[in-house]
Write a protein of this length. Structure first.
Length: 154
């Protein structure tokens, strides 16, 4: 893949976050997501990606992704992101809690012909549920369970 193609692939992924998620412009998804796209949980096509975006925006209408890192090599683009949003709508069956949520994650996108054909995702879902107050903050070791260090860790 040429550096021009690599830059184009990075721009496609950047647009997914900045235009489609942050601005809610889901009508652009067919330009960015291939018809044969396969998502992290097996869903397919632009409609699957749209459902994910709409679910996030329904639960956190003010959601805002910030791209922390964006790398590309070959047909893959890797993005490390954080997002913030207030849980003011129903999200994955959970009623609004008005909690301010912060989450981070890493996604890998595979592209062909300028469109995303596959994606993989790692994120702290437990931490989100803990911040929403629907899961015990002491469970696991997610973001909600973090405690400040008060002394040497020897």
């Amino acid at each position: 893949m040429t550096s021009e193609n690599t830059e184009s692939s990075k721009e496609t992924v950047r647009r997914l976050y900045e235009e489609c998620v942050n601005r809610g412009r889901v009508e652009l998804l067919p330009e960015l997501i291939a018809a044969d796209y396969v998502g992290p949980q097996g869903g397919t096509g632009p409609a699957d990606y749209r459902a994910t975006v709409e679910s996030l925006r329904a639960g956190m209408p003010d959601i805002r992704f910030t791209i922390e890192d964006l790398f590309a090599e070959g047909d893959r683009v890797v993005v490390r992101w954080t997002w913030t949003g207030r849980h003011t709508g129903t999200f994955r069956g959970f009623k609004p809690t008005s909690a301010q949520i912060e989450n981070s994650g890493i996604a890998i996108y595979q592209l062909r012909g300028g469109k995303v054909i596959r994606s993989w995702l790692e994120t702290d879902r437990l931490g989100v549920l803990q911040q929403m107050g629907v899961v015990d903050p002491g469970l696991g070791g997610g973001a909600g369970a973090r405690k400040p260090v008060t002394g040497p860790s020897r």
